[in-house]
Design a binder for this molecule. Structure first.
Ligand code: V47
Ligand code: SF4
Length: 393
């Protein structure tokens, strides 16, 4: 019944367009669960009102999940911010040549972080950092297997394709051999980082020395073949144009058709503080919402669309829940520094479960705690928040 009402309201919209109008065709495709083309995505980016893309994206989101909004309880380990690469947008890393300015955690320090969560109901550890030449494949396999032994119930999601590509080349292993080694040690998923923007011309200007698009996609495809799940990101709002964003999403959509191994797509807004690209202005909130909406419409074979709140900010993350987003990541503590160093409002990005639940309820959505693979851990009832709670900053 609810579905009929939803379809009816979109059909009303359809009737407001002239017969054969491109937006009418896109709307009809969405009602019929059909895929839109790259040209149609470009049209949405360039010509559609924010109201229309929001409505279409929200239709898809609610048809799949209703008001359910997913989050997880996780913590991060950032082993080092020393990095051999020099991505111009990165505010976080310290070049290996200046490594004394950076940090590097020892095995014991990282295991201390894991142990500090011993009595807490976290379901995931997310390991991500710079690319340090001395922290190699064996070192990280050892870390993963120690975590696995210490806490077998914790899902270990770790290492971007950039970190893996470097480690595998150094160890003179193929992607499959390297990933198999990690899998045997206990690694279960890969995060989506390092994808940035696949177009070679733009990539050359923002991160020329790390793994290219083909390499990134190959690592994820191999991981999927080995039965591991992965995420995919896209860094947007810097030097790229809409065509580059569509090309990026299209390559991911094609790979997903082949493997079905991606869990979620995460558009990452470029933040411009303390990096080589500070002269590039940040995108507006309306542009961010349009990005989420078009991603939800175009990436039809991705089950989930995530707004990473430590980067976007809490209020924008709430807004994104009306533009196709169904996931706002986790209750991470203040151990992640990538975004605070790049100028996100979230200088201390930590939120308790209660705060996350409140954040979701404030926009009348249903908070659902999930694990890394989107199994439901707990559903929280929708409950009216008192008005004094509305000032959550
Ligand atoms: O690849 C670095 C981004 C990514 C900046 O898979 C920046 O669940 C904006 O991928 N402005 C790493 N973004 C983080 C990442 C991630 C985060 C949360 C969840 C998941 C997941 C993955 O951070 C990098 C890069 O795209 N980044 N600097 C910046 N100035
Ligand atoms: Fe290194 Fe990653 Fe920063 Fe690039 S984005 S410099 S690979 S830490």
């Amino acid at each position: 019944m609810e579905e009929i009402t939803r379809d009816a309201s979109l059909l009303e919209i359809v009737s407001t367009f002239e017969e054969g109008n491109a937006f009418q065709k896109i709307t009809q495709k969405i009602i019929a669960d059909q895929r839109i083309t790259e040209d149609e995505a470009l049209l949405l980016f360039e010509k559609a009102s924010l109201g229309l893309v929001g409505l279409l994206a929200n239709y898809i989101r609610e048809k799949r999940y209703g008001d359910q909004t997913f989050f997880n309880r996780n913590f991060h380990i950032e082993p080092t911010n020393v990095c051999v690469f020099s991505c111009n947008f990165c505010s976080y890393s310290r070049l290996y040549a200046h490594r004394e300015e950076g940090w590097q955690l020892s095995m014991d320090q990282m295991m201390d972080i894991v142990r500090s969560y011993d009595n807490q109901p976290v379901t995931e550890v997310h390991i991500v950092g710079g690319v340090h030449p001395k922290m190699d494949l064996d070192f990280f396999c050892d870390l993963v297997s120690r975590i696995r032994t210490h806490r077998p119930d914790l899902h270990i999601k770790g290492f971007t394709a950039v970190e893996l590509d470097y480690m595998f080349k150094k160890a003179k292993l193929t992607t499959e051999e390297g990933l198999q080694k990690f899998k045997n040690a206990g690694l279960q998923s890969l995060p989506g980082g390092g994808a940035e923007i696949f177009d070679p011309q733009v990539r050359k200007q923002i991160c020329e020395d790390k793994v290219d698009a083909m390499g990134w996609l190959h690592i994820h495809e191999t991981a999927h073949r080995l039965g591991m799940h992965t995420n995919a990101t896209m860094l947007y709002g810097h030097l790229e144009n809409y065509t580059h964003r569509i090309d990026h999403m299209s390559r991911l959509r094609n790979l997903q058709d082949k493997t079905h191994g991606f869990n979620t797509f995460i558009p990452l807004k470029f933040r411009n503080k303390n990096n080589e690209m500070s002269a590039v202005s940040e995108t507006s909130i309306t542009e961010d919402m349009k990005m989420y909406a078009v991603a939800r419409i175009f990436m039809d074979n991705f089950a989930h669309l995530k707004a990473y709140w430590p980067m976007l900010g809490r209020q924008q993350a709430q807004l994104a829940l009306s533009f196709g987003v169904d996931d706002i990541d986790g209750t991470i503590d203040d151990s992640t520094k990538i975004y605070s160093m790049a100028g996100s409002e979230e200088q201390v990005p930590s939120m308790t479960t209660q705060e996350l639940v409140t954040l979701i309820r404030q926009v009348k959505r249903l908070p659902v705690e999930r694990d890394t693979l989107y199994h439901v851990v707990r559903t929280f009832p929708i409950q009216e928040e008192k008005s004094f709670d509305l000032n959550l900053n």
